[in-house]
Design a protein around this ligand. Sequence first.
Ligand code: SAM
Length: 249
Amino acid sequence: MSDRFHEWMAALEARHLADLRFPDVTRALRALSSAYVERRATLARGAALAGAGKRAAFALFYGPLHYLVVRHVVGALPDATGGLPTLIDLGCGTGASGAAWADACTTTTPHLIGVDRNSWALAEAMRTYRDFGLQARVRRDDITTVKLHTGRALVLVAFALNELPDGARDRLLPRFLERIAQGDRVLVVEPLAGFVAPWWNRWQESFQSVGGRADEWRFRADLPPIVAKLDRAAGLHHGELTGRSLWSG
Ligand SMILES: C[S@@+](CC[C@H](N)C(=O)[O-])C[C@H]1O[C@@H](n2cnc3c(N)ncnc32)[C@H](O)[C@@H]1O
Protein backbone atom coordinates (compact mmCIF):
# COMPACT_ATOMS: atom_id res chain seq x y z
CA MET A 1 0.00 0.00 0.00
CA SER A 2 1.08 3.55 -0.66
CA ASP A 3 2.41 6.09 1.85
CA ARG A 4 -0.87 7.97 1.41
CA PHE A 5 -2.82 4.92 2.51
CA HIS A 6 -0.68 4.55 5.65
CA GLU A 7 -0.98 8.29 6.41
CA TRP A 8 -4.75 8.08 5.93
CA MET A 9 -4.88 5.12 8.36
CA ALA A 10 -2.75 6.97 10.93
CA ALA A 11 -5.06 10.02 10.70
CA LEU A 12 -8.17 7.82 11.06
CA GLU A 13 -6.73 6.10 14.12
CA ALA A 14 -5.72 9.37 15.78
CA ARG A 15 -9.11 10.99 15.09
CA HIS A 16 -11.41 8.11 15.99
CA LEU A 17 -9.55 6.88 19.05
CA ALA A 18 -9.12 10.39 20.47
CA ASP A 19 -12.39 10.36 22.42
CA LEU A 20 -13.23 6.66 22.52
CA ARG A 21 -11.38 3.77 24.12
CA PHE A 22 -10.46 0.72 22.05
CA PRO A 23 -12.97 -1.55 23.94
CA ASP A 24 -15.76 0.97 23.17
CA VAL A 25 -14.97 0.86 19.46
CA THR A 26 -14.79 -2.95 19.59
CA ARG A 27 -18.23 -3.12 21.21
CA ALA A 28 -19.62 -0.72 18.61
CA LEU A 29 -18.04 -2.78 15.83
CA ARG A 30 -19.85 -5.91 17.09
CA ALA A 31 -23.15 -3.97 17.09
CA LEU A 32 -22.44 -2.61 13.61
CA SER A 33 -21.62 -6.07 12.22
CA SER A 34 -24.79 -7.46 13.70
CA ALA A 35 -26.79 -4.61 12.09
CA TYR A 36 -25.30 -5.59 8.71
CA VAL A 37 -26.10 -9.28 9.23
CA GLU A 38 -29.03 -9.79 11.60
CA ARG A 39 -30.80 -6.43 11.83
CA ARG A 40 -30.75 -5.41 8.20
CA ALA A 41 -34.20 -3.78 8.40
CA THR A 42 -32.63 -1.00 10.51
CA LEU A 43 -30.15 -0.02 7.77
CA ALA A 44 -32.66 1.84 5.59
CA ARG A 45 -33.29 4.15 8.58
CA GLY A 46 -29.56 4.97 8.78
CA ALA A 47 -28.99 2.92 11.97
CA ALA A 48 -25.47 1.89 10.89
CA LEU A 49 -24.07 5.39 11.37
CA ALA A 50 -26.08 6.35 14.47
CA GLY A 51 -23.83 7.10 17.45
CA ALA A 52 -20.17 7.98 17.90
CA GLY A 53 -19.02 4.41 18.55
CA LYS A 54 -20.55 2.97 15.38
CA ARG A 55 -19.27 5.88 13.33
CA ALA A 56 -15.75 5.31 14.64
CA ALA A 57 -16.06 1.57 13.98
CA PHE A 58 -17.28 2.22 10.46
CA ALA A 59 -14.55 4.75 9.65
CA LEU A 60 -11.72 2.77 11.21
CA PHE A 61 -12.73 -0.76 10.24
CA TYR A 62 -15.17 -1.02 7.32
CA GLY A 63 -13.82 2.03 5.47
CA PRO A 64 -10.30 0.56 5.13
CA LEU A 65 -11.71 -2.90 4.26
CA HIS A 66 -13.83 -1.35 1.52
CA TYR A 67 -10.78 0.55 0.28
CA LEU A 68 -8.82 -2.72 0.02
CA VAL A 69 -11.63 -4.56 -1.78
CA VAL A 70 -12.28 -1.78 -4.31
CA ARG A 71 -8.58 -1.27 -4.92
CA HIS A 72 -8.23 -4.99 -5.65
CA VAL A 73 -11.30 -5.05 -7.91
CA VAL A 74 -10.34 -2.05 -10.06
CA GLY A 75 -6.79 -3.37 -10.35
CA ALA A 76 -8.10 -6.67 -11.70
CA LEU A 77 -10.90 -5.49 -14.03
CA PRO A 78 -9.82 -4.67 -17.58
CA ASP A 79 -9.75 -0.92 -18.35
CA ALA A 80 -10.99 0.13 -14.91
CA THR A 81 -8.00 2.31 -14.04
CA GLY A 82 -7.74 4.44 -17.19
CA GLY A 83 -9.77 7.18 -15.54
CA LEU A 84 -12.25 9.80 -16.73
CA PRO A 85 -12.43 13.43 -15.57
CA THR A 86 -15.15 12.73 -12.98
CA LEU A 87 -15.89 9.95 -10.50
CA ILE A 88 -19.31 9.97 -8.86
CA ASP A 89 -19.19 8.07 -5.56
CA LEU A 90 -22.82 7.25 -4.72
CA GLY A 91 -23.47 6.44 -1.05
CA CYS A 92 -19.87 7.49 -0.52
CA GLY A 93 -19.87 6.97 3.26
CA THR A 94 -16.42 7.97 4.49
CA GLY A 95 -15.11 8.12 0.91
CA ALA A 96 -12.92 5.01 1.17
CA SER A 97 -14.11 3.20 -1.97
CA GLY A 98 -14.14 6.30 -4.17
CA ALA A 99 -10.63 7.21 -3.01
CA ALA A 100 -9.45 3.66 -3.74
CA TRP A 101 -10.67 3.84 -7.34
CA ALA A 102 -9.53 7.41 -8.02
CA ASP A 103 -6.11 6.75 -6.48
CA ALA A 104 -5.66 3.69 -8.72
CA CYS A 105 -6.38 5.63 -11.93
CA THR A 106 -3.27 5.91 -14.05
CA THR A 107 -3.79 8.26 -16.99
CA THR A 108 -6.48 10.66 -15.69
CA THR A 109 -7.03 11.21 -11.97
CA PRO A 110 -10.74 11.99 -11.67
CA HIS A 111 -12.35 14.81 -9.74
CA LEU A 112 -14.60 13.19 -7.15
CA ILE A 113 -18.22 13.93 -6.38
CA GLY A 114 -19.30 12.15 -3.20
CA VAL A 115 -23.04 11.81 -2.55
CA ASP A 116 -24.53 10.59 0.71
CA ARG A 117 -27.53 11.37 2.90
CA ASN A 118 -25.44 11.45 6.08
CA SER A 119 -23.63 14.71 6.89
CA TRP A 120 -21.11 13.10 9.24
CA ALA A 121 -20.13 10.68 6.45
CA LEU A 122 -19.75 13.54 3.97
CA ALA A 123 -17.37 15.41 6.30
CA GLU A 124 -15.31 12.24 6.71
CA ALA A 125 -15.36 11.67 2.94
CA MET A 126 -13.95 15.16 2.34
CA ARG A 127 -11.07 14.36 4.71
CA THR A 128 -10.46 11.01 3.01
CA TYR A 129 -10.38 12.53 -0.48
CA ARG A 130 -8.06 15.30 0.79
CA ASP A 131 -5.77 12.78 2.50
CA PHE A 132 -5.35 11.06 -0.87
CA GLY A 133 -4.61 14.39 -2.58
CA LEU A 134 -7.80 14.18 -4.67
CA GLN A 135 -9.89 17.08 -5.95
CA ALA A 136 -13.39 16.60 -4.62
CA ARG A 137 -16.71 17.98 -3.57
CA VAL A 138 -19.52 16.35 -1.67
CA ARG A 139 -23.27 16.68 -1.78
CA ARG A 140 -25.92 15.72 0.75
CA ASP A 141 -28.62 14.00 -1.25
CA ASP A 142 -30.57 10.80 -1.71
CA ILE A 143 -28.81 8.57 -4.22
CA THR A 144 -32.10 7.17 -5.47
CA THR A 145 -33.29 10.56 -6.73
CA VAL A 146 -30.12 12.68 -7.07
CA LYS A 147 -29.60 14.49 -10.36
CA LEU A 148 -26.29 13.21 -11.62
CA HIS A 149 -23.47 15.22 -13.18
CA THR A 150 -24.04 15.23 -16.94
CA GLY A 151 -20.55 14.75 -18.43
CA ARG A 152 -18.96 11.32 -18.92
CA ALA A 153 -18.04 9.81 -15.61
CA LEU A 154 -16.95 6.81 -13.63
CA VAL A 155 -19.92 5.90 -11.45
CA LEU A 156 -19.33 3.92 -8.27
CA VAL A 157 -21.82 2.53 -5.82
CA ALA A 158 -20.00 0.43 -3.24
CA PHE A 159 -21.66 -1.43 -0.37
CA ALA A 160 -24.64 0.93 -0.53
CA LEU A 161 -27.26 -0.58 -2.87
CA ASN A 162 -28.08 -3.25 -0.30
CA GLU A 163 -29.18 -0.57 2.16
CA LEU A 164 -31.89 0.77 -0.17
CA PRO A 165 -35.54 -0.25 -0.09
CA ASP A 166 -36.34 -2.62 -2.99
CA GLY A 167 -38.47 -0.17 -5.00
CA ALA A 168 -35.91 2.65 -4.82
CA ARG A 169 -33.08 0.32 -5.83
CA ASP A 170 -35.14 -1.03 -8.74
CA ARG A 171 -35.61 2.50 -10.05
CA LEU A 172 -31.85 3.06 -10.06
CA LEU A 173 -31.11 0.18 -12.44
CA PRO A 174 -32.52 1.80 -15.64
CA ARG A 175 -30.70 5.02 -14.75
CA PHE A 176 -27.40 3.11 -14.58
CA LEU A 177 -28.13 1.35 -17.88
CA GLU A 178 -28.80 4.75 -19.46
CA ARG A 179 -25.49 6.09 -18.12
CA ILE A 180 -23.68 3.05 -19.54
CA ALA A 181 -25.32 3.67 -22.95
CA GLN A 182 -23.99 7.26 -22.79
CA GLY A 183 -20.41 6.01 -22.28
CA ASP A 184 -20.08 6.06 -18.49
CA ARG A 185 -18.19 3.29 -16.72
CA VAL A 186 -20.26 1.91 -13.87
CA LEU A 187 -18.97 -0.21 -11.00
CA VAL A 188 -21.22 -1.79 -8.36
CA VAL A 189 -19.56 -3.55 -5.43
CA GLU A 190 -21.40 -5.52 -2.77
CA PRO A 191 -20.62 -8.14 -0.11
CA LEU A 192 -20.43 -11.72 -1.36
CA ALA A 193 -23.06 -13.08 1.05
CA GLY A 194 -26.18 -13.88 -1.01
CA PHE A 195 -28.71 -12.85 1.65
CA VAL A 196 -27.40 -9.26 1.49
CA ALA A 197 -28.38 -8.88 -2.16
CA PRO A 198 -31.20 -11.22 -3.25
CA TRP A 199 -31.71 -8.82 -6.19
CA TRP A 200 -28.19 -9.48 -7.52
CA ASN A 201 -29.04 -11.96 -10.32
CA ARG A 202 -31.46 -9.53 -11.95
CA TRP A 203 -28.89 -6.73 -11.86
CA GLN A 204 -26.22 -9.10 -13.16
CA GLU A 205 -28.40 -10.09 -16.15
CA SER A 206 -29.07 -6.42 -16.94
CA PHE A 207 -25.38 -5.51 -16.83
CA GLN A 208 -24.48 -8.50 -18.97
CA SER A 209 -27.19 -7.58 -21.50
CA VAL A 210 -25.33 -4.31 -22.20
CA GLY A 211 -21.91 -5.98 -22.46
CA GLY A 212 -20.94 -5.74 -18.79
CA ARG A 213 -19.61 -8.44 -16.51
CA ALA A 214 -20.09 -9.86 -13.04
CA ASP A 215 -17.28 -11.16 -10.83
CA GLU A 216 -16.75 -12.64 -7.41
CA TRP A 217 -13.58 -11.84 -5.49
CA ARG A 218 -11.64 -13.61 -2.76
CA PHE A 219 -8.13 -12.59 -1.82
CA ARG A 220 -5.81 -12.40 1.14
CA ALA A 221 -4.80 -8.91 2.17
CA ASP A 222 -2.39 -7.54 4.74
CA LEU A 223 -4.77 -5.71 7.03
CA PRO A 224 -3.54 -2.44 8.57
CA PRO A 225 -2.59 -3.15 12.22
CA ILE A 226 -5.56 -1.32 13.80
CA VAL A 227 -7.99 -3.13 11.46
CA ALA A 228 -6.42 -6.51 12.29
CA LYS A 229 -6.57 -5.68 16.01
CA LEU A 230 -10.27 -4.72 15.82
CA ASP A 231 -10.99 -7.82 13.71
CA ARG A 232 -9.48 -10.07 16.39
CA ALA A 233 -11.04 -8.21 19.32
CA ALA A 234 -14.56 -8.27 17.81
CA GLY A 235 -14.23 -11.96 16.83
CA LEU A 236 -14.62 -11.24 13.11
CA HIS A 237 -12.57 -13.06 10.48
CA HIS A 238 -11.31 -10.91 7.65
CA GLY A 239 -8.04 -12.70 6.88
CA GLU A 240 -9.57 -13.26 3.46
CA LEU A 241 -11.43 -10.35 1.87
CA THR A 242 -14.37 -11.01 -0.41
CA GLY A 243 -16.85 -9.13 -2.53
CA ARG A 244 -18.66 -9.17 -5.82
CA SER A 245 -18.94 -6.64 -8.55
CA LEU A 246 -20.83 -5.58 -11.63
CA TRP A 247 -18.80 -3.64 -14.15
CA SER A 248 -19.52 -2.06 -17.44
CA GLY A 249 -16.62 -0.24 -18.96
C1 SAM B 1 -22.12 0.67 4.08
S1 SAM B 1 -21.93 2.36 3.69
C2 SAM B 1 -20.80 2.27 2.31
C3 SAM B 1 -20.01 3.54 2.17
C4 SAM B 1 -18.95 3.56 1.08
N1 SAM B 1 -19.53 3.48 -0.24
C5 SAM B 1 -17.92 2.50 1.27
O1 SAM B 1 -17.73 1.68 0.36
O2 SAM B 1 -17.28 2.46 2.33
C6 SAM B 1 -23.44 2.81 2.92
C7 SAM B 1 -23.61 4.31 2.75
O3 SAM B 1 -24.76 4.54 1.93
C8 SAM B 1 -25.43 5.68 2.46
N2 SAM B 1 -26.83 5.62 2.01
C9 SAM B 1 -27.72 4.62 2.23
N3 SAM B 1 -28.90 4.92 1.63
C10 SAM B 1 -28.73 6.13 1.03
C11 SAM B 1 -29.58 6.96 0.24
N4 SAM B 1 -30.83 6.61 -0.05
N5 SAM B 1 -29.07 8.13 -0.23
C12 SAM B 1 -27.81 8.49 0.07
N6 SAM B 1 -26.95 7.75 0.80
C13 SAM B 1 -27.41 6.58 1.27
C14 SAM B 1 -25.26 5.58 3.96
O4 SAM B 1 -25.46 6.84 4.58
C15 SAM B 1 -23.82 5.06 4.05
O5 SAM B 1 -22.91 6.13 4.14
